[in-house]
Structures are given as structure tokens and as C-alpha cells.
Design a protein around this ligand. Structure first.
Ligand code: FES
Length: 125
């Protein structure tokens, strides 16, 4: 996809977020915010008996990049194991977004990953 298509892809995820909404039945949830702008993201994950993500959802508000990144991430992680989630990197999120992200927007882009990582950390203790 070229950059223009990626931009449309991001806007689509922002306007029509996938997996938006809290789960009532979850294995763990975690909430993070970006202190610079106040944007908030709360992630919910239900894990099955094989330690795979059976269901995921998120609540939050913020800029297009932070919310699209949450939508993309929740799509991506479905069916993945907890161990696979732990190997996710900044580059994986950048690849999902597909457009150049400057330093100022990096915290927006990584809010979803930070929320997942902190949630996983608490869940795995
Ligand atoms: Fe707040 Fe993007 S402006 S996360």
C-alpha cells in the first residue's frame, strides 16, 4: 500500500474502530494515558485455556493515531498467544500504521503497545 492508502486506512480505523468497547468478561484489563495530552486508552483481553487471545476490546479517546493504533493492535492480537504478545515491538506497531510517524506523534502511536505491555506485565506476575 502506498502512503495515501495507509492514511485512509488509519482514518478508517479512527472513525470505525474495530473492537471498540469494554469486555464484561476479561482475563485482564489495563488503562494508560498520555500525560502530555491526556489521551486515554483502556485495553481488555480475554485469554482462553490455551493462553490465546480469545477476545479483546478497548475504550478510550484521543487523537487519530492513538485510537487507530489501538484498533489495529486489537485486530492483530486476536488468536495470538501471551508469549507472542510479549514479543511485539515498536516496529510492529509502526508497520501496522504504515505511515511515517515523527517524534512528536511517537507517544500517540505507542500508547496501545504501552497499555498492552503494562497489562501483560501485571497479568503475568
Ligand atoms: Fe494524545 Fe495523540 S495527541 S495520544
Amino acid at each position: 500500500m502506498d502512503e495515501e492508502l495507509y492514511r485512509e486506512h488509519i482514518l478508517d480505523h479512527y472513525k470505525n474502530p474495530r473492537n471498540k468497547g469494554a469486555l464484561s468478561d476479561y482475563s485482564f484489563k489495563h488503562k494508560e494515558y498520555n500525560p502530555l495530552c491526556g489521551d486515554v486508552l483502556e485495553l481488555f483481553l480475554r485469554v482462553d485455556e490455551k493462553n490465546r487471545v480469545a477476545e479483546t476490546g478497548f475504550e478510550g479517546h484521543g487523537c487519530a493515531i492513538s485510537q487507530a493504533s489501538a484498533s489495529l493492535l486489537t485486530e492483530y492480537i486476536k488468536g495470538k498467544t501471551i508469549d507472542e504478545l510479549k514479543t511485539l515491538t515498536t516496529q510492529d506497531i509502526l508497520d501496522m500504521l504504515g505511515v511515517p510517524i515523527n517524534d512528536a506523534r511517537m507517544k500517540c502511536a505507542m500508547l496501545s503497545l504501552k497499555t498492552l505491555e503494562q497489562g501483560l506485565y501485571a497479568f503475568s506476575q
